[in-house]
Design a protein around this ligand. Structure first.
Ligand code: TPP
Ligand code: MG
Length: 1018
C-alpha cells in the first residue's frame, strides 16, 4: 500500500528550504530514518519517515521551499497491517473546561463517600485489637489521645512549649532506635547505632601498624622537603586527620581498574596527596628518591604537590585542589557514568565515585552547587566523604556552630542519604549508660570552637569543660582517668566506625550518600599542631615533635633514625607489606592509577565536510548554523555518531539546535513521564533514558563538569567520547575559567564552542553579553587550541582536524572555537593545500587586490570583522587606488605560540641559521604595513605584533560592550569598514607612503570624530 510522507509540524515556519535529500527511489527505509534535511534561517532539522517501506517517488529537490503538509515522498509500506495513525493535534477536541470541573467535583464527592465507608468503627472495648486501619493508622483512638494532649499543652502553655515537646519526642524516638527522620537534623550522634554496625573483616592490629607507617612517611616527606628548602611547602595536618578515612577505603572498598572491572573513581582531597604517595611507597610503586622529590618537579622524577594528571599522567586521575571543583566534577562524573550505562555504551558493574572533601571546602558555592542534581538523578553510585576536622586554613570552620549539623541539614534537605560518623567506639559505653539523655544534650550544645579546644587542651580540660557542665555527666565519667577521657576518640579516626559507614554507603540505593566524618586536624601531632589554628600550614616538625609523633603511633624507628627523619618501609615479606598488597590484590590493583585502553575513533571521511567547502551562493548563514549543520551530518557517521555528546546549558533554541531533541533525544534518567506540550512538532522536547543530548539547564559550571567527564571518558571508562559544549561565549572562560584550567590538567579532549561570540556581533544584548576577550582567556591554557573562523569551510577544516587529532591520534588537546550569529554568504574554499594548512596554523591569504601595483597594505581580519576588512580593501582599491592583501586570521593564539617557539629556538641557537616563524613566512614577500582588526580587544591581534617584522597597527573592541545595532557598535569600536579605511590611510601616511590629506578627507567623509574619547573611557 502506498503512503504519503508529508512535512510534519515544524513550528513557526512558513517556507523552509530543503538542503539535503537523503533518499532516492527504490531505497528501503525504516521508520524514523531521515528523508530530508530542512533548514530555516535559524536551525537545521531532519524529517524522519513515519513508516518502514520502499521509496516509490521523491517529490521534492534541494532548494525547494516547503511547509507543513507538503508531500516529500511516497512509499510502499512494508507493514502487514496498518498501524493506527498517531493522533494529530487538531483531532483533540479543545477541552470543555466546565465539563471537566463538573466531573472532577462529582468524583470528589464519590471519593469522600468511599472514604467515609472506610472509617474505622472502633469496637466498644478499647482494649480489643483494632482490625480496621484508617489511612494507615492502626490505633486512631490512641492518636486522638495524643492530639488532645498536644492541644491541651498548646492551650495551657503555648506554642513554644508544644514545639519543645515535639522536638523531645522526635529525639527520643530516634535515640530509641526509630530511624524515621522527622526533621532535617538528627541528634549529634552517629547515624549508625553500634548494634547495627557491620564489622570490618580486617586485621585491626596490622592495619593500625600500616596506617602508622603511612602517617609517618607522609609527614616525613613534607618535613624532609622543607628541611631542604622551606620554599617548598606542603601539608601534614590534613592527611593526619584523614588517614583512617583513606586507609579503610584502600584496604576494603575501592576497586581498581583491570581487565575485568572498570574501577571505582576516587577523588582524593588535593592537599592530602602526601598520604597517597606514602602508601604507594609502601606498595613499591614510588621510590624513596621520588618521595624526596616531593614538590620538586622540574627535574624528572619529582612528585607533584597535588593531584595533577598533567604532571603525573600515570598516577593521578582527578585534579581537585582548587576547592569546590572536585565536588562538582565528581557529581557530574557519577552522572556521566549513568548516562553511558543508560545509553548502552558501558556495562553496569556497580562502580562507585568517591569524593573526598574538606569541611572548609564546603563553603565554596561549587561544593554544594550541584547536590540537587545528584539527588534528582538518584546517583547512588556517588559517595561524598567530608572530612570534618572542624578547621580550615585560618581557624575553625564554624566556631560558633556545628559544621556537621549544618551539612546534614543541607544534604538531607536536598535528598541525600546522610551518614554521620561523629563518635568513636570508646564513646559507645558512655552513650549506653546515659539514661538521662544528658550526654546527647551536652554533645548537641557544645559548639565546634569548643570541640576544637577540647582536643587541643587535654583530658582534664575536657572533664572540666565538657562533662563538668552537668553533675550527671561528671558522675558518668567519675571512674575514668583524665587519660581515659583523652582517649575518647572521634568517629573519623575509628576504623570500625568508618568501615560501618562505608559499608552502609555501598548498600544504599536510590540516592547519593554523604558521610560526615568528625576528625581532628593534625591528629597525633601533639603540641606542635594537633587541633591548633596554625595546623594547616604546619610543614616543619622539630625533633621533639617528631619523637612524639613516632611514639604516638609506635613507629619502629630509633631516636637517631627519627632525628634523621628517615622513612620506614618494612621488608617485602613482612606481615605489613604482605597484608597491604593482599588487600589491593583482592580489590583488583593499585590506586590511584591512571591509564587508557580506549580505541581511537576513525575521523569521518572528508565527504561529510565537503558540503561546507562549497559556496552558499546568496544564502546567508551564521557560523553557528553551519556548525549545527555539520553536527547533523556527523550524526550520520557510524563511528562518530554514538560518541557525540552535545552539551547545552538551556540555549539549544538560541543556537538552532532544537532539531536534536527529536533526532537524538535529551538524556533523562527516568525517560519521559509526560507528553510534551509540543509533541506534535518535529522539534518536540523529547526526553529519553537513551537520550544523547545533555541539556544541563542554567549551569555553566555543571555543563563544564559534564564536558570534563565526557572528555576524560577515554581514561576513566576506556571509551573515547566527543563532547561538544555550546555556550554563550561570554559565559565561558570568564565564568568557568578554573574548570577550564582543570580540564586542561585532566587532559580533557573535546570541543568548547563559544557561540554568539564577538563584542559587536552579538548586537542587542549589551555589556554583560558582548564577548571581546574570550580568546585572550582561552590563550592562557597551554593545551587549548582556539580559533575564530569566519567562513563555513574554515570551521569545517578546523573541526575535522580536531576530530582527527583528538580522537584518531589521541592527542591531549582541546578546542575552543567561536561561532557567531550573524548571517552572511559563505564563499567557496579557495583552492590549494596552503589554504588548509594556513587555516590550521592561524592565517592564510584570502584575497589579493593587486590592480594598481603602487601602494600596498596588508590587512588582517578574523571572525565577522574579516568581512569589514574585505569591504575596506575594496574601498581602498576603488576610491584610493591602494592595493592590499587580505589575510584571514583564524587564530592569533596559534600564530603566537608558533612564533614564540621559533624565537626561542633562534635565541638558543645563535650560531645557526635563524628559522622563520609562520607569520614571517606569510609576510616576508609582501609590501606595506599591517593593519589588523578583530571583534576582540586589541590584545588579540597584538599577540603577533612583535613577530611580523613590519609596522603593525591593531584595532579591536577594547572597552565595555553595549547594546545597539551591529553597524553602530562597529562604528563605536572603530572596526567598521569606514574606520578600517580611514585608519589604513592614516597608517600609510605615517609610513610616508601616501600624503596625509587622504586620511584627513576620509575622517571628514565618514563623519569620524577625532575628539571622541577612547572607547575604554566610555
Ligand atoms: C579555590 C581555592 N581557594 C583557596 C585554596 C587554598 N586552600 C588550600 S587548603 C585550604 C583550607 C582547606 O580547609 P578544609 O577544606 O577544611 O580542608 P582540611 O585541610 O581541613 O581537610 C585553603 C583555603 C584552594 N586550594 N583553593
Ligand atoms: Mg577542614
Amino acid at each position: 500500500m502506498t503512503k504519503d510522507l508529508l512535512v510534519p509540524d515544524i513550528g513557526d515556519f512558513e517556507k523552509v528550504e530543503i538542503i539535503e535529500v537523503l533518499v532516492k527511489v527504490g531505497d528501503k527505509i525504516k521508520k524514523n530514518e531521515s528523508l530530508v534535511t530542512l533548514e530555516s534561517d535559524k536551525s537545521t532539522v531532519e524529517v524522519p519517515s513515519t513508516e518502514d517501506g520502499i521509496i516509490e517517488s521523491v517529490n521534492i529537490k534541494v532548494g525547494d521551499k516547503v511547509a507543513k503538509g507538503h508531500l516529500l515522498a511516497t512509499l510502499e509500506s512494508l507493514r502487514p497491517t496498518e498501524e493506527k495513525p498517531k493522533k494529530i493535534l487538531e483531532e483533540k477536541l479543545p477541552p470543555d473546561t466546565e465539563k471537566i470541573i463538573e466531573e472532577a467535583e462529582n468524583s470528589l464527592v464519590l471519593k469522600k463517600e468511599a472514604d467515609e465507608q472506610k472509617t474505622i468503627t472502633k469496637k466498644e472495648d478499647s482494649n480489643q485489637k483494632i482490625e480496621i486501619v484508617k489511612n494507615g493508622d492502626i490505633d486512631p483512638i490512641e492518636t486522638k489521645e495524643w492530639l488532645e494532649s498536644l492541644s491541651a499543652v498548646l492551650e495551657k502553655d503555648g506554642k513554644h512549649r508544644a514545639q519543645f515537646l515535639i522536638k523531645q519526642l522526635i529525639e527520643h524516638s530516634y535515640k530509641e532506635g526509630s530511624d524515621l527522620v522527622l526533621s532535617r537534623n538528627t541528634p549529634y550522634i552517629n547515624s549508625i547505632p553500634p548494634e547495627q554496625e557491620t564489622k570490618s573483616p580486617g586485621d585491626q592490629n596490622l592495619e593500625r601498624k600500616i596506617r602508622s607507617l603511612i602517617r609517618w612517611n607522609a609527614a616525613a616527606m613534607v618535613v624532609r622537603a622543607n628541611k631542604k628548602n622551606s620554599e617548598l611547602g606542603g601539608h601534614i595536618g590534613t592527611f593526619a586527620s584523614a588517614a583512617t578515612l583513606y586507609d579503610v577505603g584502600m584496604n576494603h572498598f575501592w576497586r581498581a581498574k583491570n581487565n575485568k572491572f572498570g574501577g571505582d573513581l576516587i577523588y582524593f582531597q588535593g592537599h592530602s596527596a602526601p598520604g597517597m604517595y606514602a602508601r604507594a611507597f609502601l606498595e613499591g610503586r614510588i621510590t624513596q628518591k621520588q618521595l624526596d622529590g616531593f614538590r620538586q618537579e622540574v627535574n624528572p622524577g619529582g612528585l607533584s604537590s597535588y593531584p595533577h594528571p598533567w604532571l603525573m599522567p600515570k598516577f593521578w586521575q582527578f585534579p581537585v585542589v582548587s576547592m569546590g571543583l572536585g565536588a562538582m566534577m565528581s557529581i557530574y562524573q557519577a552522572r556521566f557514568t549513568k548516562y553511558l550505562i543508560n545509553r548502552g555504551l558501558l556495562k553496569d558493574e556497580g562502580r562507585k565515585v568517591w569524593s573526598f572533601l574538606g569541611d572548609g571546602e564546603m563553603d565554596e558555592p561549587e561544593s554544594m552547587g550541584a547536590i540537587g542534581l545528584a539527588a534528582r538523578e538518584k546517583l547512588d553510585n556517588l559517595i561524598f566523604v567530608v572530612n570534618c576536622n572542624l578547621q580550615r586554613l585560618d581557624g575553625p570552620v564554624r566556631g560558633n556552630g556545628k559544621i556537621i549539623q549544618e551539612l546534614e541539614g543541607i544534604f538531607r534537605g536536598a535528598g541525600w542519604n546522610v551518614i554521620k560518623v561523629i563518635w568513636g567506639s570508646y564513646w559507645d559505653p558512655l552513650l549506653a549508660k546515659d539514661k538521662t539523655g544528658m550526654l546527647i544534650k551536652r554533645m548537641g550544645e557544645a559548639v565546634d570552637g569548643e570541640y576544637q579546644a577540647f582536643k587541643a587542651k587535654g583530658g582534664e580540660y575536657v572533664r572540666e569543660n565538657f562533662f563538668g557542665k552537668y553533675p550527671e555527666l561528671l558522675d558518668l565519667v567519675s571512674q575514668m582517668t583524665d587519660k581515659d577521657i583523652w582517649k575518647l576518640n572521634r568517629g573519623g579516626h575509628d576504623p570500625h566506625k568508618v568501615y560501618a559507614a562505608y559499608h552502609s554507603a555501598m548498600q544504599n540505593t536510590g540516592s547519593p550518600t554523604v558521610i560526615l566524618a568528625k576528625t581532628i586536624k593534625g591528629y597525633g601531632m601533639g603540641k606542635s599542631g594537633e587541633s591548633m589554628n596554625t595546623t594547616h600550614q604546619q610543614k616543619k616538625l622539630g625533633e621533639e615533635d617528631l619523637l612524639y609523633y613516632r611514639d604516638r603511633f609506635d613507629v619502629p624507628l630509633t631516636d637517631k633514625q627519627v632525628k634523621n627523619i628517615e622513612y620506614y618501609k618494612p621488608p617485602e615479606n613482612s606481615p605489613e607489606i604482605k597484608y597491604l598488597k593482599k588487600c589491593r590484590l583482592k580489590l583488583g590493583g593499585n590506586l590511584p592509577e591512571r591509564s587508557s585502553f580506549a580505541k581511537s575513533i576513525k575521523a569521518p571521511s572528508v565527504d561529510i565536510f565537503s558540503a561546507m567547502k562549497e559556496s552558499t551562493g546568496k544564502k546567508e548563514m551564521s557560523t553557528t548554523m553551519i556548525l549545527v549543520r555539520m553536527l547533523t551530518s556527523l550524526l550520520r557517521d557510524k563511528n562518530v555518531a554514538p560518541r557525540l555528546v552535545p552539551i547545552i546549558p538551556d540555549e539549544a533554541r538560541t543556537f538552532g539546535m532544537e532539531g536534536f531533541f527529536q533526532k537524538i533525544g535529551i538524556y533523562a534518567h527516568e525517560g519521559q513521564k509526560y507528553e510534551p506540550v509540543d509533541s506534535e512538532q518535529l522539534s518536540s522536547y523529547r526526553e529519553d533514558i537513551k537520550g544523547q543530548v545533555l541539556e544541563e539547564g542554567i549551569t555553566e559550571a555543571g555543563a563544564m563538569s559534564s564536558w570534563i567527564a565526557a572528555g576524560t571518558s577515554y581514561t576513566n571508562h576506556d571509551l573515547e567520547m566527543i563532547p561538544i559544549y555550546l555556550f554563550y561565549s561570554m559565559f565561558g572562560f570568564q565564568r568557568i575559567g578554573d574548570f577550564a584550567w582543570a580540564a586542561g590538567d585532566a587532559q580533557t579532549r573535546g570541543f568548547l564552542i563559544g557561540a554568539t561570540a564577538g563584542r559587536t556581533t552579538l548586537a542587542g544584548e549589551g555589556l554583560q553579553h558582548g564577548d571581546g576577550h574570550s580568546h585572550i582567556l582561552s590563550s592562557v591554557i597551554p593545551n587549548c587550541k582556539s580559533y575564530d573562523p569566519t567562513f563555513g569551510y574554515e570551521l569545517a577544516t578546523i573541526f575535522r582536524d580536531g576530530l582527527r587529532r583528538m580522537y584518531e591520534k589521541q592527542e591531549n588537546i582541546f578546542y575552543y572555537i567561536t561561532t557567531m550569529n550573524e548571517n552572511y554568504p559563505h564563499p567557496e574554499m579557495p583552492k590549494g593545500k596552503s589554504v588548509e594548512d594556513g587555516i590550521l596554523k592561524g592565517m592564510y591569504l584570502f584575497k589579493e587586490l593587486n590592480k594598481y601595483k603602487k601602494t600596498k597594505i596588508q590587512l588582517l581580519g578574523s571572525g565577522t570583522i574579516l568581512r569589514e576588512v574585505v569591504a575596506a580593501a575594496e574601498i581602498l582599491q576603488k576610491d584610493y587606488q591602494i592595493d592590499s592583501n587580505v589575510w584571514s586570521v583564524t587564530s592569533f593564539n596559534e600564530l603566537r605560540k608558533e612564533a614564540l617557539e621559533v624565537e626561542r629556538y633562534n635565541l638558543l641557537n645563535p650560531d645557526k641559521k635563524p628559522k622563520k616563524n609562520y607569520i614571517e613566512k606569510c609576510m616576508s614577500t609582501t609590501e606595506g604595513p599591517i593593519v589588523s582588526a578583530s571583534d576582540y580587544i586589541r590584545l588579540n591581534s597584538d599577540q603577533i605584533r612583535p613577530f611580523t617584522r613590519k609596522s603593525f597597527y591593531s584595532f579591536g573592541t577594547d572597552g565595555y560592550g553595549r547594546s545597539d545595532t551591529r553597524k553602530n557598535l562597529r562604528k563605536f569600536f572603530e572596526i567598521d569598514k569606514e574606520h578600517i579605511v580611514t585608519y589604513s590611510l592614516s597608517v600609510l601616511a605615517k609610513e610616508q607612503l601616501i600624503p596625509s590629506k587622504y586620511a584627513k578627507e576620509a575622517i571628514k567623509k565618514y563623519n569620524i570624530n577625532p575628539e571622541k574619547p577612547f572607547p575604554t573611557k566610555l
